[in-house]
Design a protein around this ligand. Structure first.
Ligand code: 4NP
Length: 160
């Protein structure tokens, strides 16, 4: 199959979406499927463009074996809606911004990452920016659950 594109989107691209990118990269590598997907993350805002993920997000991810250190923040661009098959927002605010910016014909590519959760009943991945270590752990709990669901979908695409 052709490589499938997955873009994760949050507000700043320094906490939640790089975490999701790192977790999916880990899972794809563990499954030997890196070649079948291209993965990235971006923010709806531009304040943190060029920065590495927040040290708190990096530390929480590293405790679970996900390396975020090479990632750098960028803002969502118009071509992202063309390049990525799945454009997955962390919360309703991010999704509303994407809905406004995405061409009508590509709206079906947009969705909420939390909709892929199965162990947790979640509608969104809460913003941990003003939170503590426990909030960053909770982000990882939800993201790992959702990425497991997404991996089942991606494995299905590979098999087709
Ligand atoms: P993220 O978290 O959207 O998960 O990257 C945030 C990062 C920065 C800010 C807010 C949320 N900020 O206000 O600068």
């Amino acid at each position: 199959m052709a490589a499938c594109g997955v873009l994760f989107v949050c507000l700043g691209n320094i906490c939640r979406s790089p975490t999701a990118e790192g977790v999916l990269r880990t899972r794809l590598a563990q499954a030997g499927l890196e070649r079948h997907a291209h993965v990235d993350s971006a923010g709806t805002g531009a304040w943190h463009v060029g920065k590495a993920p927040d040290p708190r997000a990096q530390a929480a991810a590293a405790r679970r074996g996900h390396d975020l250190s090479a990632l750098r923040a960028r803002q969502v661009g118009a071509d992202d809606f063309v390049r990525f098959d799945y454009v997955l927002a962390m919360d309703d605010d991010n999704l509303a911004v994407l809905r406004r910016r995405c061409p009508p014909a590509l709206q079906a590519r947009l969705g909420a990452l939390a909709s892929w959760c199965s162990r947790f009943q979640a509608t969104h991945i809460p913003d941990p920016w003003y939170g503590d270590e426990g909030d960053f752990e909770h982000v990882l709990d939800l993201v790992e659950d959702a990425v497991d669901g997404l991996m089942r979908e991606l494995r299905g695409r590979v098999a087709r």
